[in-house]
Design a protein around this ligand. Structure first.
Ligand code: DOR
Ligand code: ZN
Length: 350
């Protein structure tokens, strides 16, 4: 008999959809697996206001295939001059689910991000007061800090003091990549949680650099050494409610990755559940997958758990070398590999 696993319909608590033709090409991949997703606002120009978020939300909804229920949950991009009143109103209206802190210059389209956390302190105080979650890209940007150290230094310089100053603020430490981040999240209060991507559970920095440079393994924060990957696998599969699914799926067209200055980001949306589930199986934690994928994140955000279910069965899935990315092809995570779990299509996909 085929082994299968049925879980409550999951959520992707962190991803990038982009806009236009690319967005229309990638949204269906997420909508076939997830009931909801927390959508990152780093478009060019960024989604900095409630009105921009509402308009972007509509464009995403229009890209969801007929018959599929999928809810984009929107975030606002914080800048040095964010209007706290607009943020509070957006959260109260349900237009915004969270706000995103990009340290200026940390990653893709972060040039308009926050240059000094002190400049948004009043905004963060308001968010703490109303229970609006803060999603954090946790890397410092100082030129003198080595790229492999940027997450750990961010904890010491920015995140730990922030959590100390505002102990009520709900903080999601996004796409954690280090044992220091795991330790920080575990030891912090219940108001601090983390998302974990599939790539940081599967690869270490060797995958990116040994035997040739592999641009499709490059994302930010960059994959670290093996000890960190093992710490992430332990945390994600431990059953702790502080760690949950957020793919950080970040589509960039093949030509933008394979370039003199390749973009950061791994497009993992097409086979995200299959990829995560492989890790849980390898760690002997299949019984903990539902918590990670469908419960911890929703509870942290204060969202109702989803109705309905998805089923994965033990069957080989060949991941294509590339997929349609709207304007140009995109190379997905695990391209050319065969994964061992397969998402059983729902009637709406059939
Ligand atoms: O690798 C990444 N890609 N990390 C991020 O933080 C942003 C993302 C993107 O938007 O491409
Ligand atoms: Zn991201």
């Amino acid at each position: 008999m085929t082994q299968s696993l049925t879980i409550r319909r999951p959520d992707d608590l962190h991803l990038h959809f982009r806009d236009g033709a690319t967005m229309r090409a990638v949204v269906p991949w997420s909508a076939r697996q997830f009931a909801r997703a927390i959508v990152m606002p780093n478009l060019a120009p960024p989604v900095t206001t409630s009105a921009l978020a509402a308009a972007y939300c509509e464009r995403i909804r229009a890209a969801v295939p007929a018959g599929v229920t999928f809810a984009p949950l929107m975030t606002a991009y914080l800048t040095d001059s964010t209007d706290a009143d607009d943020l509070v109103a957006g959260f109260a209206d349900g237009v915004l689910t969270a706000a995103k802190l990009y340290p200026a210059g940390a990653t893709t389209n972060s040039a308009s991000g926050v240059t000094d956390i002190a400049s948004i302190e009043p905004v963060l105080e308001r968010m703490a007061a109303i229970g609006m979650p803060l999603c954090v890209h946790g890397e410092v940007t100082s030129a003198d800090i080595d790229i492999f150290d940027r997450e750990a230094v961010f904890i010491d310089r920015i995140l730990a003091p922030l959590v100390e100053r505002l102990p009520e603020l709900k903080v999601i430490f996004e796409h954690v990549t280090t044992s220091q981040a795991v330790d920080f999240v575990k030891s912090a209060g219940a108001n601090v949680a983390a998302t974990v991507t599939p790539q940081h559970l599967h690869i270490n920095r060797n995958a990116m650099l040994v035997g040739g440079i592999r641009p499709h393994m490059y994302c930010l924060p960059v994959a670290k050494r093996e000890t960190h990957r093992l710490a992430l696998r332990q945390a994600a599969t431990s059953g702790s409610a502080k760690f949950f699914l957020g793919t950080d799926s970040a589509p960039h067209h093949r030509n933008a990755k394979e370039s003199d200055c390749g973009c950061a980001g791994i497009f993992n949306a097409p086979y995200a559940l299959e990829s995560y589930l492989q890790v849980f199986e390898d760690e002997g934690a299949l019984d903990r997958f539902e918590g990670f994928a469908s419960e911890h994140g929703a509870r942290f955000y204060g969202l109702a758990l989803n109705a309905g279910s998805v089923t994965l069965e033990k069957a080989p899935v060949a991941v294509p070398a590339e997929v349609d990315g709207g304007e140009a092809a995109i190379v997905p995570f695990h391209a050319g590999e065969t994964l061992s779990w397969r998402l059983v299509p729902s009637p709406a996909d059939a």
